[in-house]
Design a protein around this ligand. Structure first.
Ligand SMILES: [Zn+2]
Length: 323
Protein backbone atom coordinates (compact mmCIF):
# COMPACT_ATOMS: atom_id res chain seq x y z
CA UNK A 1 0.00 0.00 0.00
CA UNK A 2 1.27 3.45 -0.87
CA UNK A 3 -0.08 6.93 -0.21
CA UNK A 4 0.97 9.49 -2.80
CA UNK A 5 0.02 13.08 -2.02
CA UNK A 6 -0.29 15.90 -4.55
CA UNK A 7 0.53 19.55 -3.85
CA UNK A 8 0.42 22.74 -5.86
CA UNK A 9 0.86 26.14 -4.15
CA UNK A 10 2.61 26.14 -0.77
CA UNK A 11 2.97 29.76 0.31
CA UNK A 12 2.13 32.48 2.77
CA UNK A 13 -1.17 33.05 0.99
CA UNK A 14 -2.66 35.79 3.17
CA UNK A 15 0.53 37.88 2.94
CA UNK A 16 0.89 37.47 -0.83
CA UNK A 17 -0.38 39.85 -3.52
CA UNK A 18 -2.85 37.11 -4.55
CA UNK A 19 -4.69 36.07 -1.39
CA UNK A 20 -7.38 34.47 -3.59
CA UNK A 21 -4.94 31.75 -4.73
CA UNK A 22 -5.81 28.41 -3.23
CA UNK A 23 -3.09 26.33 -1.71
CA UNK A 24 -1.43 25.18 1.45
CA UNK A 25 -0.12 27.79 3.88
CA UNK A 26 3.34 27.25 5.35
CA UNK A 27 1.85 26.48 8.77
CA UNK A 28 -0.53 23.94 7.28
CA UNK A 29 2.29 22.35 5.30
CA UNK A 30 4.42 22.04 8.46
CA UNK A 31 1.38 20.51 10.19
CA UNK A 32 0.94 17.96 7.42
CA UNK A 33 4.63 17.02 7.52
CA UNK A 34 4.26 16.52 11.27
CA UNK A 35 1.12 14.40 10.77
CA UNK A 36 2.83 12.29 8.11
CA UNK A 37 5.94 11.76 10.22
CA UNK A 38 3.80 10.49 13.09
CA UNK A 39 1.81 7.94 11.11
CA UNK A 40 3.76 7.18 7.94
CA UNK A 41 7.18 6.28 6.53
CA UNK A 42 8.48 8.37 3.62
CA UNK A 43 9.78 6.73 0.46
CA UNK A 44 11.51 8.26 -2.55
CA UNK A 45 10.29 8.19 -6.13
CA UNK A 46 13.11 5.76 -6.87
CA UNK A 47 11.74 3.47 -4.14
CA UNK A 48 8.33 3.62 -5.81
CA UNK A 49 9.89 2.79 -9.18
CA UNK A 50 11.80 -0.08 -7.57
CA UNK A 51 8.64 -1.37 -5.89
CA UNK A 52 6.74 -1.18 -9.18
CA UNK A 53 9.57 -3.13 -10.81
CA UNK A 54 9.41 -5.81 -8.09
CA UNK A 55 12.84 -4.91 -6.74
CA UNK A 56 11.63 -3.88 -3.29
CA UNK A 57 8.57 -3.96 -1.06
CA UNK A 58 7.16 -0.79 0.46
CA UNK A 59 5.89 -0.63 4.04
CA UNK A 60 2.07 -0.53 4.36
CA UNK A 61 2.22 3.05 5.61
CA UNK A 62 4.63 4.33 2.94
CA UNK A 63 4.01 7.83 1.59
CA UNK A 64 5.50 9.92 -1.16
CA UNK A 65 4.95 13.64 -1.71
CA UNK A 66 4.55 15.11 -5.21
CA UNK A 67 4.58 18.78 -6.18
CA UNK A 68 3.06 19.76 -9.51
CA UNK A 69 3.70 22.64 -11.92
CA UNK A 70 7.29 23.70 -11.20
CA UNK A 71 6.27 26.57 -8.91
CA UNK A 72 8.88 28.75 -7.21
CA UNK A 73 6.98 27.97 -3.97
CA UNK A 74 8.52 24.53 -4.18
CA UNK A 75 12.06 25.86 -4.27
CA UNK A 76 11.52 28.65 -1.73
CA UNK A 77 9.17 27.02 0.77
CA UNK A 78 9.00 23.28 0.25
CA UNK A 79 12.60 22.32 -0.54
CA UNK A 80 14.16 23.82 2.65
CA UNK A 81 11.55 22.10 4.85
CA UNK A 82 11.98 18.72 3.18
CA UNK A 83 15.76 18.97 3.22
CA UNK A 84 15.72 19.79 6.93
CA UNK A 85 13.56 16.76 7.69
CA UNK A 86 15.36 14.48 5.25
CA UNK A 87 12.21 13.79 3.25
CA UNK A 88 12.67 12.96 -0.45
CA UNK A 89 9.90 14.20 -2.73
CA UNK A 90 9.30 14.63 -6.44
CA UNK A 91 8.55 17.71 -8.53
CA UNK A 92 6.80 17.99 -11.89
CA UNK A 93 7.51 21.12 -13.94
CA UNK A 94 5.85 21.52 -17.35
CA UNK A 95 8.60 21.89 -19.94
CA UNK A 96 7.37 25.12 -21.53
CA UNK A 97 7.40 27.19 -18.33
CA UNK A 98 10.65 25.58 -17.16
CA UNK A 99 12.48 26.73 -20.28
CA UNK A 100 10.72 29.95 -21.36
CA UNK A 101 9.48 33.11 -19.67
CA UNK A 102 5.82 32.38 -20.27
CA UNK A 103 2.93 31.88 -17.90
CA UNK A 104 1.05 28.64 -18.64
CA UNK A 105 -2.63 29.08 -19.45
CA UNK A 106 -3.61 26.98 -16.43
CA UNK A 107 -1.91 29.56 -14.20
CA UNK A 108 -3.20 32.56 -16.10
CA UNK A 109 -6.65 31.20 -15.34
CA UNK A 110 -5.87 30.60 -11.67
CA UNK A 111 -4.51 34.11 -11.10
CA UNK A 112 -7.33 35.60 -13.08
CA UNK A 113 -9.84 33.80 -10.86
CA UNK A 114 -7.94 34.89 -7.74
CA UNK A 115 -8.42 38.60 -8.50
CA UNK A 116 -12.02 38.32 -9.76
CA UNK A 117 -14.92 38.53 -7.36
CA UNK A 118 -17.85 38.47 -9.79
CA UNK A 119 -17.60 35.23 -11.75
CA UNK A 120 -20.90 35.82 -13.52
CA UNK A 121 -19.51 39.07 -14.96
CA UNK A 122 -16.30 37.26 -15.93
CA UNK A 123 -18.30 34.62 -17.82
CA UNK A 124 -20.09 37.42 -19.70
CA UNK A 125 -16.74 39.02 -20.49
CA UNK A 126 -15.46 35.68 -21.86
CA UNK A 127 -18.53 35.27 -24.07
CA UNK A 128 -18.21 38.77 -25.47
CA UNK A 129 -14.44 38.42 -26.13
CA UNK A 130 -15.02 35.01 -27.74
CA UNK A 131 -17.68 36.48 -30.03
CA UNK A 132 -14.93 38.36 -31.90
CA UNK A 133 -13.55 34.97 -33.04
CA UNK A 134 -16.83 33.66 -34.48
CA UNK A 135 -16.00 34.66 -38.04
CA UNK A 136 -12.84 32.52 -37.91
CA UNK A 137 -13.78 29.58 -35.66
CA UNK A 138 -16.91 27.56 -35.25
CA UNK A 139 -18.17 26.83 -31.74
CA UNK A 140 -21.49 26.45 -29.87
CA UNK A 141 -23.63 29.47 -29.01
CA UNK A 142 -23.43 31.07 -25.56
CA UNK A 143 -26.62 29.25 -24.50
CA UNK A 144 -25.22 25.98 -25.84
CA UNK A 145 -21.97 26.37 -23.91
CA UNK A 146 -23.76 27.33 -20.70
CA UNK A 147 -26.01 24.28 -21.01
CA UNK A 148 -23.01 22.04 -21.62
CA UNK A 149 -21.34 22.87 -18.32
CA UNK A 150 -24.31 23.54 -16.05
CA UNK A 151 -24.42 20.07 -14.51
CA UNK A 152 -20.71 19.45 -13.95
CA UNK A 153 -19.82 19.07 -10.29
CA UNK A 154 -16.39 19.68 -8.89
CA UNK A 155 -14.82 18.60 -5.63
CA UNK A 156 -13.59 22.12 -4.94
CA UNK A 157 -15.35 24.71 -7.14
CA UNK A 158 -18.83 26.32 -7.12
CA UNK A 159 -20.80 26.11 -10.44
CA UNK A 160 -19.95 29.66 -11.70
CA UNK A 161 -16.24 28.91 -11.32
CA UNK A 162 -16.68 25.54 -13.03
CA UNK A 163 -18.32 27.33 -16.00
CA UNK A 164 -15.48 29.85 -16.33
CA UNK A 165 -12.77 27.19 -15.96
CA UNK A 166 -14.41 24.82 -18.44
CA UNK A 167 -14.88 27.59 -21.01
CA UNK A 168 -11.23 28.53 -20.72
CA UNK A 169 -9.88 24.97 -20.44
CA UNK A 170 -11.92 23.03 -23.00
CA UNK A 171 -15.17 24.74 -23.95
CA UNK A 172 -13.86 27.13 -26.58
CA UNK A 173 -11.63 26.09 -29.50
CA UNK A 174 -7.90 26.18 -28.66
CA UNK A 175 -6.92 29.38 -30.47
CA UNK A 176 -9.99 31.20 -29.10
CA UNK A 177 -9.14 30.12 -25.56
CA UNK A 178 -5.55 31.25 -25.96
CA UNK A 179 -6.68 34.63 -27.27
CA UNK A 180 -9.32 35.21 -24.61
CA UNK A 181 -7.09 34.01 -21.73
CA UNK A 182 -4.28 36.28 -22.92
CA UNK A 183 -6.62 39.28 -23.11
CA UNK A 184 -8.14 38.60 -19.68
CA UNK A 185 -4.73 38.04 -18.04
CA UNK A 186 -3.38 41.31 -19.44
CA UNK A 187 -6.54 43.17 -18.47
CA UNK A 188 -6.98 41.86 -14.92
CA UNK A 189 -3.59 40.53 -13.75
CA UNK A 190 -0.52 41.95 -15.50
CA UNK A 191 0.85 43.00 -18.88
CA UNK A 192 4.38 41.93 -17.90
CA UNK A 193 4.10 38.20 -18.45
CA UNK A 194 7.86 37.52 -18.37
CA UNK A 195 8.31 39.13 -14.94
CA UNK A 196 5.27 37.27 -13.65
CA UNK A 197 6.64 33.96 -14.97
CA UNK A 198 9.99 34.63 -13.35
CA UNK A 199 8.30 35.13 -9.99
CA UNK A 200 5.95 32.16 -10.38
CA UNK A 201 8.23 29.35 -11.55
CA UNK A 202 11.43 27.65 -10.44
CA UNK A 203 14.42 28.14 -12.69
CA UNK A 204 16.49 25.30 -14.15
CA UNK A 205 19.19 26.34 -11.71
CA UNK A 206 16.79 25.92 -8.77
CA UNK A 207 15.83 22.49 -10.06
CA UNK A 208 19.42 21.38 -10.51
CA UNK A 209 20.20 22.41 -6.94
CA UNK A 210 17.22 20.43 -5.65
CA UNK A 211 18.14 17.42 -7.77
CA UNK A 212 21.69 17.47 -6.38
CA UNK A 213 20.21 17.48 -2.87
CA UNK A 214 18.23 14.30 -3.52
CA UNK A 215 14.92 15.72 -4.76
CA UNK A 216 13.51 13.97 -7.83
CA UNK A 217 11.78 15.26 -10.96
CA UNK A 218 9.21 13.95 -13.39
CA UNK A 219 7.46 15.15 -16.54
CA UNK A 220 4.26 17.20 -16.57
CA UNK A 221 3.73 17.86 -20.29
CA UNK A 222 4.95 20.77 -22.37
CA UNK A 223 2.18 23.34 -22.07
CA UNK A 224 0.11 21.65 -19.32
CA UNK A 225 -2.77 20.59 -21.55
CA UNK A 226 -5.44 17.94 -21.08
CA UNK A 227 -4.18 14.81 -22.82
CA UNK A 228 -7.45 12.87 -22.91
CA UNK A 229 -8.74 12.85 -26.48
CA UNK A 230 -5.89 15.04 -27.71
CA UNK A 231 -4.66 14.30 -31.25
CA UNK A 232 -1.95 11.66 -31.35
CA UNK A 233 0.79 13.85 -32.78
CA UNK A 234 0.06 16.50 -30.15
CA UNK A 235 0.13 13.91 -27.37
CA UNK A 236 3.44 12.62 -28.66
CA UNK A 237 4.85 16.15 -28.66
CA UNK A 238 3.77 16.65 -25.03
CA UNK A 239 5.38 13.37 -23.95
CA UNK A 240 8.59 13.90 -25.92
CA UNK A 241 8.99 17.39 -24.47
CA UNK A 242 8.43 16.00 -20.96
CA UNK A 243 11.19 13.48 -21.51
CA UNK A 244 13.42 16.17 -22.95
CA UNK A 245 13.27 18.17 -19.72
CA UNK A 246 14.02 15.01 -17.73
CA UNK A 247 17.07 14.39 -19.88
CA UNK A 248 18.25 17.96 -19.32
CA UNK A 249 17.85 17.64 -15.54
CA UNK A 250 19.22 14.12 -15.18
CA UNK A 251 22.07 14.75 -17.60
CA UNK A 252 21.32 11.42 -19.29
CA UNK A 253 18.55 9.12 -20.47
CA UNK A 254 16.96 7.19 -17.59
CA UNK A 255 13.56 5.77 -16.61
CA UNK A 256 11.22 8.60 -15.70
CA UNK A 257 7.75 9.33 -14.36
CA UNK A 258 4.96 11.05 -16.28
CA UNK A 259 2.46 13.11 -14.32
CA UNK A 260 -0.63 13.79 -16.49
CA UNK A 261 -1.66 17.49 -16.38
CA UNK A 262 -5.13 17.82 -14.78
CA UNK A 263 -4.94 14.04 -14.31
CA UNK A 264 -6.19 13.84 -17.89
CA UNK A 265 -5.02 10.94 -20.06
CA UNK A 266 -6.29 8.13 -22.27
CA UNK A 267 -5.00 4.78 -23.53
CA UNK A 268 -2.84 6.52 -26.14
CA UNK A 269 -1.21 8.70 -23.49
CA UNK A 270 -0.23 5.61 -21.52
CA UNK A 271 1.06 3.89 -24.66
CA UNK A 272 3.11 6.93 -25.68
CA UNK A 273 4.49 7.44 -22.18
CA UNK A 274 5.71 3.83 -22.24
CA UNK A 275 7.09 4.23 -25.75
CA UNK A 276 9.26 7.07 -24.44
CA UNK A 277 10.37 5.01 -21.42
CA UNK A 278 8.24 6.48 -18.66
CA UNK A 279 7.78 3.64 -16.18
CA UNK A 280 5.25 5.24 -13.85
CA UNK A 281 2.31 7.55 -14.51
CA UNK A 282 0.61 9.75 -11.92
CA UNK A 283 -3.10 10.54 -12.07
CA UNK A 284 -5.33 12.68 -9.84
CA UNK A 285 -7.65 9.83 -8.93
CA UNK A 286 -8.06 10.27 -5.15
CA UNK A 287 -7.26 6.80 -3.83
CA UNK A 288 -4.43 4.88 -2.23
CA UNK A 289 -2.15 2.85 -4.50
CA UNK A 290 -3.05 -0.80 -3.84
CA UNK A 291 -0.55 -2.37 -6.20
CA UNK A 292 1.43 -1.87 -9.36
CA UNK A 293 -0.50 -3.85 -11.96
CA UNK A 294 -1.21 -0.54 -13.75
CA UNK A 295 2.00 1.39 -13.02
CA UNK A 296 1.20 4.14 -15.55
CA UNK A 297 -2.02 5.00 -13.69
CA UNK A 298 -1.10 5.51 -10.04
CA UNK A 299 -3.63 7.17 -7.78
CA UNK A 300 -2.87 10.22 -5.64
CA UNK A 301 -4.56 11.90 -2.70
CA UNK A 302 -4.85 15.69 -2.75
CA UNK A 303 -3.23 17.69 0.05
CA UNK A 304 -6.81 18.60 1.06
CA UNK A 305 -7.33 14.93 1.95
CA UNK A 306 -4.72 15.18 4.72
CA UNK A 307 -5.26 16.64 8.22
CA UNK A 308 -3.49 19.96 8.86
CA UNK A 309 -1.71 19.27 12.12
CA UNK A 310 0.40 16.59 13.73
CA UNK A 311 -2.02 15.96 16.59
CA UNK A 312 -5.13 15.77 14.37
CA UNK A 313 -7.22 12.58 14.68
CA UNK A 314 -6.29 10.05 12.02
CA UNK A 315 -8.15 10.39 8.72
CA UNK A 316 -10.07 7.61 6.97
CA UNK A 317 -7.15 7.29 4.54
CA UNK A 318 -4.66 6.85 7.36
CA UNK A 319 -6.92 4.33 9.08
CA UNK A 320 -6.61 2.11 5.99
CA UNK A 321 -2.84 1.86 6.18
CA UNK A 322 -2.22 1.53 9.92
CA UNK A 323 -1.79 -2.07 10.92
ZN1 LIG B 1 -0.39 20.57 -13.08
Amino acid sequence: MLTIVMYHYVRDIAGSPYPGIRGRTLGEFDGQLEYLSRHYVHVSLQDVMDAAGGRMTLPENAYHLTFDDGLSDHYRNVFPRLRERGIPASFYPPTQSALNSVVLEVHKIQFLLSVITDYGALANEIFSMAAAYRSEYEFPSEAGLRAQFVNIRSRFDPPEVVLVKRLLQTGLPGPVRTGVIGELFALHVTTDEAAFAHELYMTMEDMREMYKSGMEFGGHGYRHARMHGMKLDEQEFEIKKSRELMRMLHGREQPWVMNYPFGSYDEETVRLAQKYHAILGLTTKAELVHGFDRPLELERLDTNDLPLSGDAPISRWTAQVLV
